[in-house]
Design a protein around this ligand. Structure first.
Ligand code: BGC
Ligand code: ZN
Length: 367
């Protein structure tokens, strides 16, 4: 079967290759599930993998099949699989258990291992291929009503985890009633975070560089958020009218904005960081003032990566509710479809196209 792969560490090594067919033979316990891939989304992580600055191949291979945002259909299930059936629409989780105490209690999204294993990213092959196999523990059933937008579930799981971390931490306040939220970034993650926070009843201001109006700013407004451009204005100036956000979700991929976010975070607020910034940027920051604001305001900042199976379940709830509340809105996030694995060359071209690109995904096959 065909697969799209990179040689990790080698820039622009993305290629189509022939790989061994996936089969359930390796599962002697009858717990294997064979999934036919329908669609695979790509994101900044894939951009870094293709640029050769992130990721590692599985031990013994010199290539890595990329793709971690999957949508597929079960075509075969081992005799000991009772959770899933042939024909089920599914999405696979990304990270697999490692060795830390968190991994051993099923919280591998919280692993402290340095060599974490993630399908399509690090040490494990991904889903940008025709079929894949895995155990039911790592495969989530998706309602068929979400077929059109199911490829958004993995990125949705990432924002669910971030928001959940924020709310978990805020249980310290006993009666936390967040009203105002800011989302930094209006790409796929920023827009999905805007939706999830709107569904929780918060006022949401979404900040990004591009000046309105354009598709992303329209999408924010369609679900009752407000959009601000930070192009000519710092976050602090742009948010002057909304001082004191209770929750800020950062998803720009631009680390200096984190320190600006710290200054506009309200008392008792929580700042959730979700951008994996690959570079080595340094900046000067008003350290005393930020620190003083945090101490005197009992503020929290938390980093969040990956997602547990529960966050995928939360994602299904929010995608379903979002689809009911704002019909057609989620589909508008799917701006660029690449038809067929053989058009893999389009991935990098579209991921580096600055405007009008929200979610790029590869249509691999029909059901
Ligand atoms: C993926 C996450 C993953 C993270 C770090 C993101 O693009 O969506 O599942 O944990 O990259 O590798
Ligand atoms: Zn991702």
């Amino acid at each position: 079967m065909k697969a799209v792969a990179v040689q990790p560490g080698v820039p622009d090594s993305v290629h189509l290759r022939e790989v061994a067919n996936s089969s359930l033979d390796s599962f002697s316990d009858g717990r294997g599930v064979l999934v036919k891939v329908l669609e695979v989304g790509v994101d900044g992580t894939d951009k870094e993998l293709i640029s050769g600055v992130y990721g590692s191949p599985p031990p013994g291979d010199d290539y890595l099949i990329i793709g971690h945002e999957s949508l597929g259909v079960v075509v075969e299930a081992g005799h000991n699989v009772h959770e899933l059936r042939v024909g089920d629409l599914v999405v696979a989780t990304v990270r697999r258990p490692g060795h830390s105490i968190y991994d051993r209690i099923g919280m591998y999204d919280m692993t402290t291992d340095d060599d974490y294993r993630e399908r399509g990213i690090n040490l494990l092959h991904g889903f940008l291929t025709e079929y894949f196999v895995d155990e039911p523990e790592f495969i989530v059933r998706v309602p068929s009503a979400l077929k059109e937008v199911g490829v958004l579930l993995e990125p949705t799981s990432v924002i669910e985890k971030g928001i959940d971390q924020g709310y978990e931490i805020q249980r310290r306040l006993r009666i936390w009633h967040p009203r105002r939220a800011a989302v930094l970034g209006a790409g796929t993650i920023g827009l999905l975070a805007t939706m999830a926070l709107r569904l929780r009843g918060l006022q949401v201001c979404t900040f990004a560089r591009t000046k309105p109006r354009y598709l992303n700013s329209d999408l924010v407004e369609e679900i009752g958020g407000c959009y601000h451009s930070t192009k000519d204005m710092s976050l602090e100036e742009a948010s002057r009218d909304h001082r004191g956000f209770d929750l800020i979700f950062e998803a720009t991929g631009y680390s200096p904005i984190v320190f600006e976010a710290m200054t506009v975070l309200g008392k008792n607020g929580v700042l959730v960081l979700s951008s994996v910034t690959g570079g080595g940027r340094t900046i000067e920051v008003p350290a005393d003032s930020i620190n003083r604001g945090f101490v005197l305001g009992n503020k929290v900042v938390v980093g969040s990566v990956n997602a547990s199976r529960d966050h995928f379940a939360e994602g299904i709830k929010d995608l379903s509710q979002g689809a009911i509340q704002w019909p057609g809105w989620l589909s508008k996030l799917l701006t660029h479809r690449i038809d067929g694995l053989e058009n893999y060359g389009e991935i990098m071209r579209l991921l580096t196209k600055p405007k009008a690109t929200i979610k790029v995904y590869v249509k691999v096959a029909d059901e």
